[in-house]
Write a protein that binds this ligand. Structure first.
Ligand SMILES: *Cc1c(COP(=O)(O)O)cnc(C)c1O
Length: 388
């Protein structure tokens, strides 16, 4: 390509018909991965692309990361792994969510590598290896503090001393890395160093996005960034250094005026304190704009919070009333009348409203907002391939 203009590819709904639009900046994604890979050194960086690459699209995300030099990918499920292989056949793909017995035949044909974390799974795998004569590789998950998946540290140390069929990778997952001061971090890293010594010569991996920011020297040989690559916050309470990757916009259908004393929306929860101009947008919780983003003071499971905001014509505008399945309303009274009309777009998060600020307003996290993004959007992928 000769121009620096990003190339745009589209997916999802027809833009003329869709109620909202998602713009995914693959240049920013690649810049974020490259930054994290640099920060991971001397470890190499992989990329975590589970849950459809955090909602952004495995088929679009994996090829640009491959072009940027990423060779190892982590997914949650076998089906996600097959999708990675379809677009990056030579990629090394680890499947995080353990092993169901019926899945073994798929592994025999797909070259995916399971991450095993219990005696049950390891026995299944090694027995099948013996019976088939195929010495298929596996990774070992060790639980150093999550109490989720993995052998305990004691079990893993014994395993290292006694087993002949060693894993190709030993990994653990950090429970509190986004809170650098948490005492559990230290305990997990100490256990991880013991594991590295016991599994000497075997590739090791501990750091997720947040781990990369404070564990560079002892995070093992391979880092596993996810959320930070997609532009989300990796650390609590510090400015986010990552470039925003995703912009979500909802399309305005109608602008109406509600009169002082009337109410707006289901449950009549929003009492209008003045004549109020309301922009009704064609995006709702069925699209992943969480109902808990409902407007200020809206009761939801007894939680009262600040409520979501949109951004349009240079202004932030609050969500008014409850977010509904297919529609969300914004109070645009403060905007000059001519500055918004049907067919315009209101940003829900992106360059003007940070993903994590929108998530906080929902009582949630950026991970949930991204992985909830629905199928009804028009999707635009921007990519110049120049890393800018
Ligand atoms: C999801 C996940 C990651 C990535 O975590 P982020 O916080 O998104 O960087 C890394 N490792 C494991 C085991 C995971 O499940």
């Amino acid at each position: 390509m000769t121009s620096t203009q990003p190339h745009i590819t589209t997916a999802g709904a027809d833009p003329r018909l869709a109620g909202g639009r998602l713009t995914i900046d693959l240049d920013a994604l690649v810049a974020n991965w490259t930054f994290l890979a640099e920060k991971s050194k001397p470890a190499k960086a992989s990329a975590v692309v589970k849950a459809n690459a955090y909602g952004l699209g495995i088929e679009q995300v994996v090829p640009v990361l491959w072009d940027a030099g990423c060779r190892t990918f982590f997914v949650a499920l076998v089906e996600e792994g097959l999708r990675v292989k379809a677009v990056a056949p030579d990629a090394r793909v680890f499947v995080l969510n353990g092993l169901f017995a019926e899945a073994r035949p798929v592994y025999e044909t797909s070259k995916l590598i399971p991450v095993l974390g219990s005696d049950f799974e390891i026995n299944l795998w090694t027995r099948a290896n013996a019976e088939s004569g195929l010495k298929l590789p596996y990774a070992l998950h060790v639980d150093t503090g999550m109490n989720r998946l993995g052998l305990t540290v004691a079990e893993a140390l014994e395993f290292a001393a006694n087993t002949r069929e060693m894993p190709v990778l030993v990994m653990t997952h950090l429970a509190t890395a986004d809170e650098p001061g948490h005492l559990l971090n230290q305990r997990q890293f100490e256990s991880f160093q013991k594991l590295r010594a016991a599994f000497a010569g075997i590739e090791s991996s501990a750091s997720n996005s947040s781990g990369i920011f404070h564990a560079v020297s002892n995070g093992g040989d391979l880092s596993r960034p996810g959320i930070a690559m997609y532009g989300g916050e990796a650390l609590a309470g510090v400015a986010n250094p990552m470039r925003p990757v995703v912009t979500l916009e909802a399309r305005v259908v109608q602008i109406r005026t509600g009169l002082k004393g009337e109410t707006a929306g289901y449950g009549a929860t929003a009492l209008l304190e003045r004549d109020t101009r309301i922009a009704i947008c064609s995006t709702g919780y069925a699209d992943g704009y969480l109902r808990s983003l409902s407007g200020s003071g809206t009761p939801l499971r007894n939680v009262v919070h600040k409520g979501g905001e949109g951004f349009v014509a240079g202004h932030k505008v609050p969500v008014i009333g409850r977010v509904t399945m297919d529609m969300t309303s914004f109070d645009v009274t403060g905007l000059p009348e001519a500055s918004i009309k049907p067919g315009d777009y209101i940003e829900l998060f992106g360059h003007n409203i940070a993903l994590d600020d929108a998530a906080r307003a929902a009582g949630s996290i950026g991970f949930e907002l991204l992985t909830s993004l629905g199928n009804r959007y028009h999707r635009r992928y921007l990519y110049s391939g120049k890393g800018d």
